[in-house]
Design a binder for this molecule. Structure first.
Ligand code: BDR
Ligand code: CA
Length: 312
């Protein structure tokens, strides 16, 4: 089994991804570490607790970074995820308590406890991972790998023409995380925006799993309203589930290797600038870490994997 820590900002697609991880027989979720992003960090933490309670999972949930590494302001995505992060739903306050540690401290503690065993799966902005690297510079040696949903390698962004939301929200933190010497795999809009999910998909999830799938179906209605504004068809995108699917089913994906830097200027903020191996003589890229960048995914098999896993 894969031991993971899920770093998240729930969030509709975060919820779908968290339940998918909980349902996956070969994944052990050691804890949910939360960060600001789709919603403020306090709400993100409460939402993560709520999701654990819905799924009957008694695991630590921590509150983490509440604003970007540089600059005071945070922006949230209520227009995508709803007032409380779950579409039209206003969740009941959870009964459980947060783990008192910060998200970064929890990541460091777990990495020391299980050296070489944990994959950090980050599906929100990257402040907690950047801070954990500052707390424990040896972190790259202590974790097995890092998988993130974020960036747009060879396609357009979704917040600006060049930037994807998770990276744009905390570009300086992302630059720290991409530069660290660990085995990092990036699932950007290249793959996640390539797989539109129709209403029938969430209907099937609800059919297979009334409780968890039902919640995804309900919250996804708001999400689909957002995504359908600029398209003819009614669809949504479950970005955050991709790195989790790759852990247990790598054969569904095609990856390429490259060096990645993150733009931090006013125009290129959050851009993931990818230099495929050997394509630039510039030390700015060539001395950077080598990243695995997902470029393709098998739509039909991925959809079936989600359905089968929710059905378990
Ligand atoms: C990412 O941004 C958030 O809105 C989603 O939860 C996902 O993590 C997609 O760009
Ligand atoms: Ca997210």
């Amino acid at each position: 089994t894969h031991k993971i820590i899920l770093d998240t900002d729930p969030g509709i697609d975060d919820a779908m991804a968290i339940f998918f991880a909980f349902q996956s027989p070969d994944i052990e979720v050691l804890g949910l570490t939360t960060v600001f992003g789709n919603v403020p960090v306090s709400m993100s933490a409460q939402n993560a607790l709520t999701l654990c309670e819905m799924a009957g999972k008694d695991i630590p949930v921590t509150k983490g970074v509440g604003r970007p590494w540089v600059g005071a302001e945070s922006t949230y995505a209520h227009f995508v995820h709803g007032d409380y992060g779950f579409g039209h739903i206003k969740p009941e306050p959870p009964k459980g308590e947060l783990d008192p540690r910060s998200s970064a401290q929890f990541i460091v503690d777990m990495a020391r406890k299980y050296p070489g065993e944990i994959t950090l799966v980050a599906i929100g902005p990257l402040g907690n991972l950047a801070l954990a690297l500052r707390l424990e510079p040896e972190l790259p040696k202590l974790v097995k790998g890092v998988s993130i949903m974020g960036g747009a390698a060879f396609v357009r962004g979704n917040v600006t023409p060049v930037a994807e939301a998770n990276i744009w929200n905390d570009a300086f933190a992302a630059e720290i995380v991409f530069a660290a010497d660990w085995n990092l795999t990036m699932f950007g809009l290249d793959v996640t925006n390539d797989v539109p999910f129709a209403p029938s998909f969430v209907d099937v999830l609800a059919e297979k799993n009334a409780k968890l799938g039902g919640f995804v179906q309900e919250t996804a209605q708001f999400y689909m309203d957002f995504y359908s504004q600029n398209r003819e068809d009614r669809v949504c995108f479950f970005h955050d589930a991709f790195p989790i699917a790759h852990l247990t089913h790598p054969e569904l994906f095609e990856l390429t290797e490259g060096h990645v830097r993150v733009g931090t200027g006013p125009l290129d903020r959050g851009q993931t600038v990818v230099a495929p191996m050997g394509t630039t003589p510039s030390p700015l890229w060539n001395e950077a870490n080598t990243i695995n960048v997902a470029t393709k995914v098998d739509h039909a098999k991925l959809e079936q994997l989600f359905i089968n896993t929710y059905a378990l």
